[in-house]
Design a protein around this ligand. Structure first.
Ligand SMILES: *Cc1c(COP(=O)(O)O)cnc(C)c1O
Length: 375
């Protein structure tokens, strides 16, 4: 069997081990130390944001941002429906109720119209949402001007889930820095990885300081262990942070590699009618093209996304349907939702293509031989 070609696998730059070794040499084998501080500095500088705290996962960062916003049991939180479950799960960790908002067709991200409708309708029911979790899926910036204008108009704080969007920008500004909080993920499949980890970023310096306090069991300033808050064990290990420091050195390179993969697929499919890509709508949008994603109009192409996926799988090449929207997931099916069918259709017809920066010329040739049957 040929070796498997992945959607997106870890791709080390070479300097990661240097920082990991440093942690061993200095015995900083703990959830604090010079790599943790260094990785946080690197992220602050890259994103041009006031502060960042690195954590055990992106999911932990979403959870902490909800805690920091004072979201309580019974509150409602608006959330993009078209996303990975990790965007929505933390809403339930604080006992709040997710309200799902559908996508718009252009960016596949949260629809400004449906967002406003949700806020107006829920406020009428005396249930004004307490926060908005909006996602930049597959690295594509959401329509930030319109979404932020609505959030500001109704005075609702925004948490940007930029887990898939490190390196992406909207009007030249890094994603994750528009809302009250931004979250990043360094899980194994993301554009850079620490094997697992995340970050919380904000221009509110005090909020990030508090996130470090909450993430290390909320220990009060006393010689003994004293607690006046419920804490969490969410800090990133200094060993893991060493991988992050090494990965930051190749982040821009990974972004250009991902964008080149997207261009390559665009070229391959250029003569095929009925295949649509997730394109940047205009020059305000700059996507890291984490996973090149397409929508296949079967009535035009004569083949479905499943036909293509199975043909690739046959050759040990990974492709995957787009995210299944949260409002269609069994666990969330009873939640309130403002949907118009957009994400449901994307899920039905959409496919993520292998977008691994480790792909060799031979790997790409294997992909081309499968695609040839369809184009
Ligand atoms: C990966 C991902 C997360 C979760 O990040 P972890 O670090 O795996 O906890 C959250 N949201 C989206 C959209 C993601 O893709």
């Amino acid at each position: 069997m040929n070796k498997r070609i992945y959607l997106s696998s870890p791709n080390m730059g070479g300097e990661e081990q240097k920082y990991v070794n440093l942690a061993f040499e200095e015995n900083w084998v703990a959830p604090l130390g010079p790599n943790v501080n260094g990785f946080e500095e690197d992220l602050k500088e890259y994103l041009k944001v006031a502060d960042a705290s690195v954590l055990s996962a992106g999911t932990a960062a979403i959870h902490l941002s909800l805690v920091l916003l004072g979201i309580n049991a019974g509150d409602s939180v608006l959330c993009s429906s078209f996303t990975f479950s990790a965007s929505a799960n933390p809403i339930t960790y604080v006992g709040a109720n997710p309200i799902f908002v559908d996508s718009e067709a252009e960016t596949w991200n949260m629809s400004p119209d449906l967002l406003e409708e949700a806020i107006v309708e829920e406020t009428k029911k005396n249930n004004k949402p307490k926060a908005i979790i909006l996602v930049h899926l597959y690295g594509m910036p959401a329509n930030m001007d319109e979404l932020m204008a609505i959030a500001n108009k109704y005075d609702i704080p925004v948490i940007e889930d930029a887990a898939e969007a490190l390196g992406s920008k909207y009007k030249g500004q890094a994603l994750g820095t528009f809302g009250k909080f931004g979250i990043l993920s360094f899980n194994g499949n993301k554009i850079i990885t620490t094997s697992g980890g995340g970050a919380l970023v904000s221009n509110d310096y005090e909020a990030i300081k508090k996130s470090r306090f909450l993430a290390t069991q909320a220990r009060d300033n006393a010689p003994h262990y004293q607690h006046s808050h419920i804490g969490f064990n969410y800090r990133m290990s200094n060993i893991v942070a060493g991988i992050g420091r090494g990965q930051m050195k190749v982040l821009d390179k990974r972004v250009s590699q991902k964008r080149a993969i997207y261009e390559w697929y665009k070229e391959l499919f250029s003569s095929v009618k009925g295949v649509r890509f997730l394109d940047e709508p205009n020059s305000d949008f700059y996507s890291n093209q984490w996973l090149t994603s397409i929508v296949i109009e079967e009535s035009v192409t004569g083949f479905s996304r499943e036909d293509l996926r199975l043909a690739l799988e046959e050759e040990n090449i990974e492709a995957r349907p787009l995210w299944k929207p949260m409002h269609l997931q069994p666990i969330f099916e009873d939640c309130v939702k403002y949907v118009d069918g957009t994400s449901g259709k994307l899920f039905k017809d959409g496919l993520c293509l292998p977008s691994d920066t480790n792909m060799t010329t031979d790997d790409k040739q294997r992909i081309v031989s499968v695609l040839k049957k369809f184009i």
